[in-house]
Design a protein around this ligand. Structure first.
Ligand SMILES: Nc1ncnc2c1ncn2[C@@H]1O[C@H](COP(=O)(O)OP(=O)(O)OP(=O)(O)O)[C@@H](O)[C@H]1O
Length: 767
């Protein structure tokens, strides 16, 4: 057993690794015999493991790991290290395996997935994007084939038939969003055969902390074609003339904007003496708020870009352009009005699901990531998951240097550029992590002015980014990237072919520089982890300034420091304040997460009532049975005329239509309720109570109402010329087209939740 394994048994708060480590010797002892087997005999050994149920007994676990190791050696040319097998065992026990960057999580995940699949469980491996889903499935395919289990992947381009076949495999790789959209589309199916996603069994989540914590509150939305929202050009022009400070004020965190009294007067005057707070006409104030939000809080090139006359969102957590994302319609139209581009087609939200709800559908969940311990409490609270900290195969020798803190942003930039210039002379590759796309571009421009050529990773597609980042370890390379871009890709020293490895190792390996700390320590660690993979040399350093958003928004005090001539602040107390600011930001994000969780719980309960009913209609012809009672005469006549089967089909379509219609309308009501709570003035009431107070009664009688509407429509049905029942004649039409998007950082909810946070803060301060 490796010494490093012995050292790291049982980290406080983490899963005890001893039950796993004690099996390592037996696993190794099986190796000589397994090596002697033919390929066919080895496969047979794996398949034999399928003759029992989960969980694995120790002897079977040893056999699984030993055959898996030998299969990987033959199929992929990589013999899994002991630590990778510890990861496999932790995953099979339904834990989150924390394994550092580059330790080979893909292989650990694959062996665990094979272990589940051999025991008859269907596994969905959730990746962060389509590129990685496809890459990992194809990369691991030979291993799966060796072990006698089937594998597939789903991508944005997959057709419905392809999806159905792919989900039918024992192991399917899909991005979280593709899976979520498939689940949403399935919920609109009018026939059992249309559905593509089978019953959820096991979810194995890659980059588990990003998915389960950072993206957990992102709703995936399915929309159907509906009327366009009007562009509010008038309001966009009015807010354009307002002056910051005088007419409106932005809160410290930049999440909320409010008109001042002078601002209210100015808007009222420009609108022609309208009273914004007129109780009889509450439509104007939300319009002003939307336009103001779009004008002030959403910045071009930070939150969105305008390309080819279209507003495209930048996914802030990934620093990438999100092709299929948009804001809630009113805000999207407001930004389009602000940018004076055509208003895009809008949709009616048919249904939505948060990443969190998507994942908790799976009775067994597990996953892997480089940074889980920092969010161990949240993983336990929201997902009932424990973290197993897997030690590295080779000790990490990366040097994490102290932050360098500067008074101003300019000084920070000057210092970073000087550092890049001096390190670059030695040929040592440098990777600079920025906060967002526009920052990357500005920094790259500045570096170029200083004669330092660099490659910028910005909002290209995932495959291109992977190809670029793979070369970031090349001798003399300078790469500028947002934190998330190109993740999941190995940075090998000396370039992807490692041609120059020795020279780069001699220069000190990859030098990672953060251009500002991130809103969470995990994000910092993920950037750092780009260097020093698998025992490689490397180092990391962050350049921070008091002007950085993180510090300016979250530190208690940013005056009264003493700085060196170049602006550097070396007082440790001030450096500590940066950590403090980060902790404040982290707890704010946690509050938001908790809040969304609470909101969604109620919505999920209501949704499950509708879905259960739908299921009965789809599987057991509940609609037909109800309508045979509610519209006995019509039902009997129609059966006489066209036969029971055709009537059952029509009954199913009509019933489903009104269930779905009702849910869509209820959804719109809930969204409006939530937004309204924010857009109206809140006072001191708890918004969640307010929400529940209206949302609960609004759902009462939902099923009865859908049934009544279905009966009304059914009683009007007639037989068409083709001898079939024409349900469209009574208005039963599915949306002509649907599309999907993710609402990243729902602007209203964050403003709302932010306000909740403030109210709570105030309550704490007061008492
Ligand atoms: N047992 C092994 N022997 C040799 N090479 C291995 C082994 N396991 C993994 N590797 C190699 O290590 C590299 C990193 O693997 P992988 O991409 O799975 O790491 P990771 O932990 O997922 O990293 P990231 O955090 O970047 O996603 C790959 O090039 C892979 O081929």
């Amino acid at each position: 057993m490796a010494e490093s394994v012995r050292r790291l048994l049982g980290k406080p708060g983490a899963v005890d690794l001893r039950p796993y480590t004690k099996l390592l010797e037996s696993i190794e002892a099986r190796e000589p015999e397994l090596r002697e087997l033919t390929d066919a005999e080895l496969s047979e050994k794996a398949i034999e493991l399928g003759n029992a149920e989960l969980p694995y007994e120790s002897t079977d676990l040893v056999e699984l790991c030993a055959t898996g190791r030998e299969a990987a050696r033959r199929a992929l040319g990589e013999r899994p290290f002991d630590v990778q097998l510890l990861g496999v065992m932790a995953l099979l026990d339904g834990h989150i395996a924390e394994m550092a960057t580059g330790e080979g999580k893909t292989l650990s995940g694959a062996l665990a997935a094979a272990g589940f699949a051999l025991r008859g469980k269907r596994v969905h491996i959730l990746s962060v994007n389509d590129y990685l889903a496809r890459r990992d499935a194809e990369w691991m395919r030979p291993l799966y084939e060796f072990m006698g289990v089937t594998v597939s992947w789903i991508g944005e381009e997959s057709t419905r038939e392809e999806r159905k076949t792919a989900y039918g495999a024992e192991i399917a790789y899909a991005s979280v969003s593709e899976l979520g959209f498939d689940v949403l589309r399935d919920r609109m199916a009018t026939h059992e055969d249309e559905r593509v996603v089978p019953e959820p069994e096991i979810a194995l989540i890659d980059e588990a902390d990003s998915v389960l914590v950072d993206e957990a509150r992102v709703p995936l939305v399915l929309a159907g074609a509906a009327e366009s929202t009007e562009a509010d050009l008038e309001m966009a022009e009015i807010v354009r003339t307002l002056k910051p400070g005088a007419h409106y004020e932005v809160d410290e965190e930049g999440r909320n904007v409010q008109l001042t009294d002078a601002g209210i007067d100015a808007v009222e005057e420009k609108l022609g003496d309208v009273d914004l707070y007129d109780e009889n006409d509450t439509s104007v104030l939300p319009r002003v708020n939307l336009a103001l939000h779009a004008h002030v809080l959403l910045q071009r090139d930070v939150h969105y870009v305008v390309r080819d006359g279209v507003v495209r969102l930048i996914n802030e957590s990934r620093g990438r352009i999100a092709l299929l994302q948009r804001w809630p319609d009113g805000l999207q139209a407001a930004v389009e009005a602000k940018e004076r581009v055509d208003v895009s087609e809008t949709g009616e939200v048919l249904d939505s699901i948060t990443v969190q709800s998507l994942v908790v559908r799976y009775p067994t969940r597990c996953g892997m990531t480089g940074t889980a311990m920092a969010v161990a409490d949240q993983l336990r609270e929201f997902y009932e998951l424990e973290v197993a900290v897997i030690p590295p195969n080779k000790p990490n020798i990366r040097v994490d240097e102290k932050n360098r803190l500067y008074a101003t942003r300019e000084e920070k930039e000057d210092a970073l550029v000087a550092e890049v210039a001096s390190v670059h002379e030695s040929g040592r590759p440098i990777l600079i992590g920025t906060q967002d796309v526009s920052e990357s571009e500005l920094l790259a421009k500045r570096l170029a002015e200083e004669g330092l050529e660099c490659v910028v990773l910005n909002a290209k597609n995932d495959a291109d980014e992977a190809a670029i980042i793979a070369e970031a370890g090349t001798y003399g390379a300078i790469t500028v990237s947002t934190q998330m871009a190109g993740r999941g890709t190995d940075i090998r020293l000396g370039g992807s072919e490692m041609g120059d490895r020795d020279r780069v190792v001699e220069a000190g390996g990859l030098y990672v520089m953060g251009f500002g700390r991130y809103p969470s320590s995990r994000l910092d660690d993920q950037l750092r982890g780009r260097a020093g993979r698998q025992g490689d040399p490397g180092s990391s350093i962050f350049f921070v300034s008091l002007d950085d958003d993180l510090v300016a928004n979250h530190a208690p005090e940013t005056r009264g420091y003493t700085a060196e001539a170049d602006g550097e602040i070396t007082d440790p107390a001030w450096r500590g304040m940066v950590d403090h600011a980060q902790r404040v930001a982290e707890s704010q994000i946690l509050d938001i997460h908790r809040n969304t969780w609470r909101y969604n719980q109620l919505i999920d309960v209501q949704r499950s009532v509708v879905l259960e009913q739908r299921e009965e209609v789809l599987r057991n012809e509940l609609g037909d049975r109800q309508l045979a009672v509610d519209c006995a005469a019509t039902h009997a006549e129609l059966v006489e005329e066209v036969g029971a089967e055709e009537v059952a089909r029509a009954a199913r379509l009509v019933t489903l239509y009104y269930l779905d219609r009702g849910w869509t309308e209820h959804n719109a009501f809930l969204a409006e309720l939530r937004e309204g709570i924010h857009l109206r003035f809140l006072g001191r009431r708890d918004p969640l109570d307010e929400f529940n107070r209206d949302a609960v009664p609004a759902f009462k009688g939902f099923l009865d109402e859908a049934r009544v509407r279905a009966a009304e429509a059914f009683s009007e049905l007639e037989v068409g010329e083709d001898g079939n029942i024409d349900v469209t004649s009574v208005g039963v039409k599915r949306p002509s087209m649907t599309w999907t998007y993710m609402v990243h950082d729902h602007p209203f909810s964050s403003a709302l939740e932010n306000m909740v946070g403030k109210l709570k803060g105030r309550a704490r301060a007061g008492g």
